[in-house]
Ligand binder design. Structure first.
Ligand code: LLP
Length: 421
């Protein structure tokens, strides 16, 4: 249930017809549904209602301030991986004590900003980072709560570019060496060890890898407690997948995921943190775009859109599938024919999908890419000097532009030509 449905022959976001947004804001544009965001967040809350918990939205999935404020106002915490994301979470009104700071390459400056602004915990990923964080904290007269990200060496069975929990991945410290690292962390000034952190990958469609990884986490928690560490929090990471294809078996639900957490670590009495991104925002957004041309090729036809790989990079980068649907509802039994759906960027990689069965579409018709709310707008660029794609948030029958489309003049104005040229 994602609140993008046909009514009166037109695809709507909640109660707003998408063709109205296209006419008023232009295309391409990302459109998010507030009701869907809320619904997904509340599903996680329900899944963890058996224990003390904090749902830290992974800001990297969608960092628009309006999205962060909506979730923050519902009580969400935030998982950030840069000084910029930390600043966004704070600007959206999320208090520091609901923000966890993850990421493999935190700089001293990023650490200082987060300590000064307030932080719930740093998820530390290496020994050099532990040493630097200790120095920074001591220099500021602070003691900062930390969890250490351990790499359980579990195969998440997802796309290689988004798997993070195998020993060959750059993330975390090997779980076997964790006791030594915890002992050294406990001896460092300025740090207070409070938890264990894990994140094994993204777009997981099977709960088994979680079960294996969390069982290892539970064992580690018991061992560390025996060694005298006061482990009070477990950060289970994010990664629960979403259905990108309607015809596929649906990935597990948050409630089933919550049960795996309960089964594996539920008896430890720890506060549970999770860091979902995609599952909250992925199916809460579409990329709305117009057909520029239908180009008849030799043996194949190309539907050329005004959205391109710079606006939605996922198909080019991860071969990922996004359902493409016309905004005008096709009549029942309408004929379909295969087309290659492409953008205008000068690369063959700017192909969204090949051989998609779509009803007849032509210049000016609107189509929407579904499931584009996560890792869509945040990964957009201005490649080919195409102004950054705007974003709209719908709530009921209202909508607002939450990031306007920059004009070409604004885009150019950011460059500086030195006076000596
Ligand atoms: N926590 C950490 C430490 C992460 O690295 C990530 C995602 C998450 C949480 C959130 O995972 P999620 O619940 O969204 O799966 N750009 C790629 C996805 C990269 C995910 C990286 N880490 C894509 O478009 O598929």
């Amino acid at each position: 249930m994602d609140h993008f449905t046909y009514a009166g022959g037109r695809l709507h976001a909640e109660d707003v017809p998408l063709d109205r947004i296209a006419a008023e804001v232009g295309t391409p544009v990302y459109v998010y549904s507030a009701a869907t965001l809320t619904r997904h967040y509340l599903q996680f809350r329900k899944a963890l209602d058996w224990t003390d918990h904090l749902i830290c939205f992974a800001v990297k999935a969608n960092s628009n301030l309006a999205v962060l404020k909506l979730l923050g106002d519902l009580g969400a915490g935030m998982d950030v991986v840069s000084g910029g994301e930390y600043a966004r979470a704070r600007a959206a009104g999320v208090p520091g004590d609901r923000i966890v700071f993850s990421g493999v390459g935190k700089t001293a400056d990023e650490m200082r900003r987060a300590i000064a602004g307030g932080i719930r915990q740093f998820n530390v990923e290496s020994e050099p980072e532990l040493a630097l964080l200790s120095q920074v904290a001591v220099a500021m007269g602070a003691t900062v709560p930390i969890a250490i990200r351990v790499n359980p060496d579990v195969d998440a069975r997802t796309h290689a570019k988004i798997a993070t929990g195998k020993s060959e991945n750059k993330f975390g410290i090997p779980i076997a060496g964790a006791p030594g690292v915890y002992a050294r962390a406990a001896a460092l000034p300025g740090l207070r060890v409070v938890g264990i952190d894990m994140h094994i990958g993204s777009q997981l469609t099977d709960l088994d890898p979680y079960r294996q990884a969390y069982a290892k986490m539970a064992d580690l928690c018991r061992l560390l407690r025996d060694q005298g560490h006061a482990i009070i929090r477990l950060d289970m990471g994010g990664g629960l997948g979403i259905p990108y294809r309607r015809d596929n078996a649906a990935p597990p639900l948050p409630i089933e995921y919550g049960q795996v957490i309960r089964d594996t670590v539920g008896d430890l009495g720890c506060e549970i943190e999770i860091e979902p991104g995609r599952n909250i925002v992925g199916n809460a957004g579409v990329l709305l775009t117009s057909v520029v041309y239908l180009k008849r090729g030799e043996g194949r036809d190309f539907l050329i859109l005004d959205a391109a790989m710079n606006d939605l990079i996922r198909p080019a980068m991860y071969d990922s599938h996004h359902e493409i649907v016309p905004v005008a509802e096709p009549p029942v039994g309408a004929e379909v024919a295969p087309v290659d759906v492409v953008g205008p960027v000068c690369e063959t990689g700017d192909t969204f999908a090949r051989g998609v069965e779509l009803p007849a579409l032509d210049s000016g018709d609107l189509v929407a890419f579904r499931s584009a709310g996560a890792y869509g707008a945040v990964m957009a660029s201005e490649y080919n000097s195409r102004p950054l794609v705007p974003e709209v948030l719908v709530a009921g029958d209202r909508y607002a532009v939450i990031r306007p489309r920059p004009s070409i003049e604004e885009m150019l104005a950011r460059d500086v030509v030195p006076p000596w040229l």
